[in-house]
Ligand binder design. Structure first.
Ligand code: NAD
Length: 432
């Protein structure tokens, strides 16, 4: 099939490359000329495991091309994905500006029947807005389909190639059949293609992300109670997770959720529920708990040191989670800001996100190119992101390099008993 993907960011690029891998002809479009030039030279602007290889292979096979020319992409395709950003607007709702700009451009470029697929995460009613916007620009027939994306950064290719399910909101049989055919190769292992109306499809993605955010905030509250009463959240988590009705995923306490999706999607769902006069109380609490959790580690640092002025604090991890360089809404950001405001200096190491961090903090903090370089002479080490390489470090070396053996573990990756036996003063989340 001939496909255009408008927006070549974390989602668009993965979707485009994976669709090309299955034999489709894909044109990825982006308005960012620098990004497109990089991609045309075979360089990937983001870090996502396996993506570079996938793009290289499909470019070489001439199944995957990159352009800034939206009109050309639309005209040569039957299926057009919209995968542009839907950031948080001023009032907390999803800002649909990019989606509707693209819809207008698609309308102007139409030259025959097309299926326009909304891949961006958008509130209920957006497919109608997209339909109306295109209709104003063209007399050519078209269908609008809602097809929310559930991939996780860090495992995006695997998630897209072997999805748990594919959700398709379609309002006519012609587009429904085309979408089923497009996704058939991705669902051979038995994953269902769930056909539904557009409103339900649009809500699926928000409900899923809000549920996951709720589990995280819930466990963070349990962890805080554990700290107050002297219980161990790890023991509690294991017992809770072994209940088959609950399951083990997304029950790890930490420094709060971040990333480009959970915070913005929780806000957007709250906002569009409110616009229908529905007060989504649980989600309000989820958000408040998360904001509080993001500064808990800073409070522990302040309590330990009394005064952070002049202290040198080493951070391991900057990205909002491992295997990505994404720092959108990352817990590292408020932590660093808080440390700097309190007069501490910060030296950070992250295997992938240092370049992105430089764009945020410039020279306000130091960037180490190796993990152990970051802790040389530091007053404490803080674990912010649980990259695999931090899981089993050389503790003797850490103790020698630190000015004093103090570790704040925001991801509970070390054992309190082991840390204490090695002579560390060790703080974690929800464990004595
Ligand atoms: P992103 O910011 O990484 O990428 C968006 C891209 O769209 C950018 O490259 C931007 O230049 C481009 N763009 C914006 N306006 C354009 C226009 N008019 N024409 C052409 N290109 C344009 O965003 P993302 O993380 O890929 O997210 C895209 C959407 O997918 C969002 O709605 C997001 O909520 C959703 N989503 C994201 C993830 C994720 O893990 N990142 C997962 C599932 C769904």
């Amino acid at each position: 099939m001939k496909i255009a993907v408008i927006g070549s960011g974390y989602v668009g690029l993965v979707v485009g490359a994976c669709l090309a891998e299955n034999g489709n002809d894909v044109t990825c479009v982006d308005k960012d000329a620098t990004k497109v030039r990089m991609l045309q030279r075979g360089r990937i602007p983001i870090y996502e495991p396996g993506l570079e290889e996938l793009v290289r292979r499909n470019r070489a096979e001439k199944r995957l091309t990159f352009t800034t020319n939206l009109q050309q992409g639309v005209r040569s395709s039957q299926i057009i994905f919209i995968a542009v950003g839907t950031p948080t607007g001023e009032d907390g709702s999803a800002d649909l500006r990019h989606v509707l700009d693209v819809a207008r451009e698609i309308g102007k470029a139409m030259n025959g029947y097309k299926v326009i697929v909304d891949k961006s995460t958008v509130p209920v009613g957006t497919s109608e807005k997209v339909r109306d916007t295109i209709k104003k620009e063209t007399n050519h027939p078209f269908s609008v389909v809602s097809n929310p994306e559930f991939l996780k950064q860090g495992a995006a290719i695997e998630d897209f190639m072997k999805p748990d399910r594919v959700v398709i909101g379609a309002e006519d049989t012609r587009s429904a059949e085309i979408m089923k055919e497009l996704y058939a190769p991705f669902t051979r292992t038995g994953a269902p293609i769930m056909m539904m109306d557009c409103a339900s499809a649009e809500l699926c993605k928000y409900a899923a992300n809000a549920m996951l955010a709720t589990r995280i905030s819930f466990m963070n509250e349990v962890a805080n109670v554990c700290e107050a009463v002297g219980a161990d959240v790890d023991q509690v988590r294991r017992a809770v997770a072994s209940d088959r009705r609950i399951g083990p995923a997304f029950l790890f306490p930490g420094v709060g959720y971040g990333g480009s999706c959970f915070p913005k999607d929780v806000k957007a769902l709250l906002r569009f529920a409110a616009s229908q006069n529905y007060d989504f109380q649980i989600l309000k609490a989820v958000e408040t708990v998360n904001d509080r959790q993001k500064v808990r580690l800073l409070a522990k640092l302040k309590k330990h040191f009394g005064n952070l002025k002049g202290k040198r604090i080493a951070l391991w991890g900057l990205a909002f989670k491992p295997k990505t360089d994404d720092m959108r809404e990352a817990p590292a950001v408020p932590l660093i800001k808080g440390l700097l405001e309190a007069g501490a200096s910060v030296v950070a190491y992250d295997p992938e996100a240092a370049k992105v961090a430089r764009g945020i903090f410039g020279e306000q903090i130091e960037y180490a190119s190796k993990s152990y370089d970051a802790i040389k002479g530091a007053d404490a080490l803080v674990i912010v992101t649980e990259w695999n390489e931090f899981r089993e470090p050389d503790f003797t070396r850490i103790r020698k390099l630190l000015k004093a053996p103090v570790v704040f573990d925001g991801r509970n990756i070390y054992s309190p008993e082991q840390m204490r036996s090695l002579g560390f003063t060790y703080y974690s989340i929800g464990r004595a």
